[in-house]
Design a protein around this ligand. Sequence first.
Ligand SMILES: Nc1ncnc2c1ncn2[C@@H]1O[C@H](COP(=O)(O)OP(=O)(O)OP(=O)(O)O)[C@@H](O)[C@H]1O
Ligand SMILES: Nc1ncnc2c1ncn2[C@@H]1O[C@H](COP(=O)(O)OP(=O)(O)OP(=O)(O)O)[C@@H](O)[C@H]1O
Ligand SMILES: [Mg+2]
Ligand SMILES: [Mg+2]
Lengths: 263, 263
Amino acid sequence: MITISFYNNKGGVAKTTTAITTASCLAMGMGKKVLLVDMDPQANCSDSAGVYNGSEEVKTIYHLMLLSTNNFLKDEIQKVKRFSETIQCDVFPSNILLDGFQDQVANSINREYRLKKILSAVAGEYDYCLIDCPPSLSLLTVNALVASNYVIIPCDSSRYALTGMGNLIEKYHEIKEGCNPGLEILGILNTKVDSRYTTAKTSREKLAEYFGDLLFETFIPQNAAVEKSQYESSTLLAYNRNSSAFKSYELFTRELVSRVEAE
Amino acid sequence: MITISFYNNKGGVAKTTTAITTASCLAMGMGKKVLLVDMDPQANCSDSAGVYNGSEEVKTIYHLMLLSTNNFLKDEIQKVKRFSETIQCDVFPSNILLDGFQDQVANSINREYRLKKILSAVAGEYDYCLIDCPPSLSLLTVNALVASNYVIIPCDSSRYALTGMGNLIEKYHEIKEGCNPGLEILGILNTKVDSRYTTAKTSREKLAEYFGDLLFETFIPQNAAVEKSQYESSTLLAYNRNSSAFKSYELFTRELVSRVEAE
Ligand SMILES: Nc1ncnc2c1ncn2[C@@H]1O[C@H](COP(=O)(O)OP(=O)(O)OP(=O)(O)O)[C@@H](O)[C@H]1O
Ligand SMILES: Nc1ncnc2c1ncn2[C@@H]1O[C@H](COP(=O)(O)OP(=O)(O)OP(=O)(O)O)[C@@H](O)[C@H]1O
Ligand SMILES: [Mg+2]
Ligand SMILES: [Mg+2]
């Protein structure tokens, strides 16, 4: 199983949109077996996958993260795992309870390795595991990066996303050296690119200058179909497979797979 | 001094754009004395105000937050405060060091009241204090809400921002009952509204249905001038005072002041 986190500290750069659309392209477009993990307490990913449940009774990724021993892990995973009809993938959903994880484990040992342990219990069942991260470097994101082979950094055309990249790369090195030497940046994906504006061109040139080949060739255009599909609670694929955004996500997914398989 | 936080757990809804543009409208448009506090380690606000300094030597809001006693507080504040030529306000800038606050004070008493103490030391010098919050309910945001008279919730037209409002209001009640009984929601500001799309209309109708009068009459249109002004490192006012976004922010600022003064 190849595990990839979608992470950027900057909010609203399309981490969730990219994680869920890529999952549907891998599963429905390329026949891969995919697990999608929602590590954001906001649970936008679970919502779009049609598996969100806000009740405190339901078992979510939060309950798996609190398990400190391996006993019953496989049983507990079965209680959490949901199959999403929308994207034809298994999902570990989240809800707002996950916000309490950092405080719950404040004094526990190996806090950073909980998700890694969970995913190793299911590694044989999937080709890919995609993880959606919240817009902060909390213990949830650290768990995601420690459990991952790769990280993909969605980045829109804003000045703020660009100026934040320096700190982001520094945090990546900190986690790679401290917890997960195998972690690599698979690439930087330029999202929400509105070619009518000069800022989009400026941003893309700067990303290419700073990051060279790490910048994915494919970029995702700004496209109203994205927001509309989210309101219709369906995927971009189901909503409008001919939209410019979906076609770009298809190309991006192929570029992603060829980068992974080239390693 | 009236203290207002700009908060929404959802990323990219224009918290920073609203905090900095409103500060410039209050100071430059209405002659108010304004303090702007950057409580986001990403420091986008400090960057746009032209007072960002990433070096570990420089004194920022982080150093004020770590002070556990009142001795020297006034002296330390003088070392942190910067005057922004761009928005004609005093600013308490931040940088990435602020990310370490939560861990640094994990076992200290009254962790939630640090910012409140800092602001009460300067309350006599300003009419308004505006606080930009990060997209997470970390201890930094809790400090901002505990120190505030009001919270303004910027909300774009996305389904995710809408679905996240329930949890946001719950957290607000938790902080109001637990730490700051005087905290009120001044209103919900609909941002980045692109009237060409039905999602914008759907979202605005839903916000009006759920929140009634709390929804500000003024909404902020999607407008390329915003992102362009951020690249030019200037305010929207300086970049294009005739832009639709700036004119809306002027109206919003007047609506904000009339709500505050009506209380
Ligand atoms: N290509 C696109 N074109 C137009 N809108 C888009 C595109 N991609 C994402 N969006 C919209 O931008 C907003 C932010 O996207 P999304 O929520 O996926 O970002 P995020 O990085 O996951 O945000 P957060 O930081 O809150 O987790 C959403 O309203 C989404 O509908
Ligand atoms: N009215 C607008 N029209 C067009 N673009 C806008 C508008 N308001 C904000 N933006 C853009 O949207 C992006 C997000 O805005 P901003 O960074 O202010 O949001 P935020 O809520 O502070 O994000 P974060 O959650 O990362 O703190 C920025 O790139 C900004 O330029
Ligand atoms: Mg997200
Ligand atoms: Mg911000």
